[in-house]
Design a protein around this ligand. Structure first.
Ligand code: DX5
Ligand code: ZN
Length: 213
């Protein structure tokens, strides 16, 4: 059974307490997108909001950094109580070994992310340095996009390399996940499903989380 990580980006920002409560009750993780307007053409949230949300959340925060020079801020996110996972993009940090090790040292799980146009094989040299890989199934920057179809093959390719080497690395998928494609993603080898629109914009978000799982 896959873990479900609702993405805060699609939540009602005027009522974050209510949205966090939903995740506390029904989901496994809370996915938080941090965008700097430079690495991606969008700006989302930063430390003050992440700190408040982390304090209210009983589920670990899964922080997805879409920022240039992630080494500058990643450890500060990792130090927030309640943050359990921090990932950053390989495109923004082509020499990720040191930062992955530094993140792990703080006690959080360390993840590497790639956009859909980066070959999965680019991750292979770093698989034994990561706790999880976040595969983008849309181009990072915005919620509400459609999942790119070759995501399934990319997941399978990554999964078989992880298995072949006997590694303990989870695969997370992010972007355009819904009730229809979630079973296909899980069958392809996904361990953690991120879903923004499909959860927070659903008529019944609690049932949406159950359905995704
Ligand atoms: C996109 C973000 C995603 C986004 C997913 O850059 O990384 O986490 O919130 O939203 P949906 O599920 O609506 O595609
Ligand atoms: Zn994300």
């Amino acid at each position: 059974m896959a873990k479900v990580a609702p993405s805060l980006l699609a939540a009602d920002f005027l009522h974050l307490d209510k949205e966090v409560e939903l995740v506390n009750k029904h989901a496994d993780l809370l996915h938080v997108d941090v965008m700097d307007g430079v690495f991606v053409p969008n700006i989302s949230i930063g430390f003050p909001v992440v700190e408040k949300v982390a304090a209210a959340s009983t589920k670990p925060l899964d922080v997805h950094l879409m920022i240039v020079d992630p080494a500058k801020y990643a450890l500060k996110f990792a130090s927030i109580k309640g943050v359990g996972m921090v990932s950053f993009h390989l495109e923004a940090c082509p020499e990720p070994v040191e930062l992955l090790a530094a993140l792990r040292k703080t006690g959080v799980k360390a993840g590497l992310v790639i956009n859909p146009d980066v070959p999965v094989t680019a991750l292979f040299p770093y698989l034994d340095k990561c706790d999880y890989i976040l595969l983008m199934s849309v181009f990072a920057g915005f919620g509400g996009q459609k999942l790119i179809e070759d995501t399934y093959d990319r997941i399978k390719c990554l999964k078989s390399e992880i298995k072949r080497r006997g590694l303990d690395v989870e695969i997370e998928v992010d972007g355009g996940v819904n009730m229809q494609n979630a079973p296909l993603l899980v069958n392809s080898g996904v361990d953690i499903i991120v879903a923004g629109t499909a959860v927070f914009r659903a008529d019944d978000p609690a049932s949406a989380v159950e359905a995704l799982r």
